[in-house]
Design a protein around this ligand. Structure first.
Ligand code: CA
Length: 438
C-alpha cells in the first residue's frame, strides 16, 4: 500500500481562487476530477477548485503542463476520464502536484489559469467515466443486520456474511450524476396477506447511503488481484445512492437477489475524489468483534488492516416539495462514519477478482449501505422507520415512512482528520418524480 502524503496536503496551503479557501468540499487540498460542460459547450475533463472548475483541455492548450503531468492531463481532457483511470497512480499524482502548484497562492501562472476557470453553478456535470460494470456490495454490517431482521427476524445475518464480502452485479446503464430526476418505478409487488401480485408504482421507495469506489487499472481475465496490490486499483471515491423499491425487492429477491428493485436508477456524486487526495484520511480498519472468524488468507493483509478504512463522515437529509416551497432547510435523517464497513475497499476488490473476474478502468463498486449501530446513523428509511412501522415527521408536520413524489434526498460526505484540511465530495441529490402510467 502506498499512502503518500506530500506538499499538496499541506494544511497551510492556500489558493488564489478565493472561494477555495475554507470551501467545505473543494479546497486546494482536494482537486477532484470530473467531466463537465461549460454553458453551451461539449463535455470535457475538469478539476473542481472552490466554486470554480478548471478546463483541462484549455490548460493543456495554454501550455501549462509538460512531461508526465502533460500525459495525465491529456488523458483527462476528453469526454470521459477512462484513459486517465487506466494509468498508474504516479501520473495522477504528478498531475495533482502540478495542479496544486498552478492554484497555489503566488503561482506565477495565475494569469494564464484564470481565464480557463468556469463558475461551477453555470456548468452541467456528467458521469466522470464510461462505467463498464457496476457491482454493489453489502459491507455495512449494521445495515445488513437491520435489514436481515426485517426480512428474516430469526436469522438476520446469514452464515456466509463474516467470511465473504457479499455482492451482486448491478446495472451500469442507469447510473446518473447528481441532480438527475428519479422516476418512481412501476413493478410487481405482493403484500404478505395478498393472494396474488399486482403491477404498479412502488409504494415503498427508499434510498441507500453508500460510497462508490472507482476502479483505476484493471486486471487481466483469469489473473486475481492479491490483497497487497488491491490499493493501486482504487482511483478514488464518490457518494452513491442506491435507490431501492422495497416492495418490489421483497417479492423478487429470492432466489437470485436484487433485480428491478434496484436497477431503475443509481445516483452518484460526479467528482472523483482521488485516492491521492484521500491519503491523509486513511485509518485503521476497526477490529473485528471478539469471536468473529478471521478472514481467509487471500483477504487478509496487516497493512490493509492498519490503513484500509477512511475517516469520512456521511450524512443524509431530506426536503419535501412543501419544505422547498416554504423554504424550510433540508432535515437531517442520519449521520455516521464510513468506517462502519465490515470489509475494506481492498478486500472488496481482491474478493471480486479472486475467481479471475477482470475489473476494468472506470468500473464502479458500491460498498453497500453504510449504517451506524444507532438510530441516528441508519442509512435507509427501511431501517429508520422499522420497515415502515414508525413514520418520521418532517418540520412541516408531514410524515414519511417511504419517499413521496417531490421528495429530494441529499447525501454528503466529508473526509476529516486532525492536522489536515477537510475535503468533501460535492452534491449527490435527486428528486422523486411520479411513476409513468402503469
Ligand atoms: Ca445497495
Amino acid at each position: 500500500m502506498t499512502v503518500v502524503i506530500d506538499e499538496t496536503h499541506d494544511p497551510a496551503l492556500k489558493s488564489w481562487v478565493a472561494s477555495a479557501n475554507g470551501h467545505a468540499d473543494f479546497p486546494i487540498q482536494n482537486l477532484p476530477l470530473g467531466i463537465f460542460s461549460p454553458p453551451g459547450q461539449v463535455p470535457r475533463g475538469g478539476v473542481a477548485i472552490g466554486d470554480m472548475i478548471l478546463d483541462l483541455a484549455g490548460a493543456v492548450e495554454a501550455g501549462l503542463f509538460e512531461g508526465v503531468p502533460l500525459l495525465a492531463a491529456r488523458a483527462a481532457m476528453g469526454d470521459t476520464l477512462n484513459p486517465l483511470l487506466a494509468m498508474e497512480a504516479e501520473p495522477r499524482r504528478a498531475l495533482r502536484r502540478r495542479l496544486s502548484a498552478l492554484f497555489a497562492e503566488g503561482s506565477p501562472e495565475r494569469t494564464k489559469v484564470e481565464p480557463l476557470l468556469h463558475r461551477a453553478q453555470d456548468c452541467a456535470m456528467h458521469l466522470p467515466a464510461r462505467i463498464g460494470d457496476y457491482t454493489d456490495f453489502y459491507v455495512g454490517i449494521h445495515h445488513a443486520t437491520n435489514v436481515g431482521r426485517v426480512f428474516r427476524p430469526d436469522n438476520p445475518l446469514l452464515p456466509n456474511y463474516k467470511h465473504v464480502p457479499i455482492g451482486y452485479h448491478g446495472r451500469a446503464s442507469s447510473i446518473r450524476a447528481s441532480g438527475a430526476p428519479v422516476r418512481r418505478p412501476n413493478g410487481q409487488r405482493k403484500a404478505p396477506d395478498a393472494d396474488a401480485p399486482t403491477f404498479g408504482p412502488s409504494q415503498r421507495l427508499d434510498y441507500e447511503l453508500e460510497m462508490g469506489i472507482w476502479i483505476a487499472e484493471g486486471n487481466e481475465l483469469g489473473e486475481p488481484i492479491p490483497i497487497q496490490a488491491a490499493d493501486r486499483h482504487i482511483a478514488g471515491l464518490c457518494l452513491l445512492n442506491d435507490w431501492s423499491a422495497r416492495d418490489l425487492q421483497a417479492w423478487e429477491y429470492q432466489p437470485l437477489g436484487p433485480f428491478l428493485a434496484k436497477n431503475f436508477l443509481t445516483t452518484i456524486s460526479p467528482w472523483i475524489v482521488t485516492a491521492e487526495a484521500l491519503a491523509p484520511f486513511r485509518i485503521a480498519q476497526p477490529p473485528r468483534p471478539e469471536g468473529d472468524p478471521r478472514p481467509l488468507p487471500y483477504l487478509w493483509s496487516e497493512e490493509d488492516q492498519k490503513a484500509g478504512a477512511f475517516a469520512i463522515e456521511l450524512e443524509v437529509s431530506i426536503a419535501s416539495a412543501r419544505m422547498r416551497e416554504e423554504r424550510v432547510p433540508p432535515m437531517r435523517l442520519s449521520r455516521g462514519p464510513a468506517s462502519n464497513m465490515y470489509w475494506t475497499a481492498a478486500q472488496i476488490i481482491t474478493h471480486h477478482a479472486s475467481n479471475g473476474c477482470n475489473l476494468q478502468p472506470g468500473d464502479l463498486l458500491g460498498t453497500g449501505t453504510i449504517s451506524a449501530p444507532t438510530d441516528d446513523g441508519f442509512g435507509s428509511l427501511l431501517e429508520i422507520t422499522r420497515g415502515g412501522k414508525q413514520p418520521i415527521t418532517l418540520p412541516t408536520g408531514e410524515t414519511r415512512t417511504f419517499l413521496q413524489d417531490g421528495d429530494q434526498l441529499f447525501l454528503s460526505g466529508r473526509a476529516q482528520r486532525e492536522g489536515y484540511v477537510p475535503i468533501g465530495f460535492g452534491p449527490c441529490h435527486g428528486i422523486i418524480i411520479p411513476a409513468p402510467a402503469a
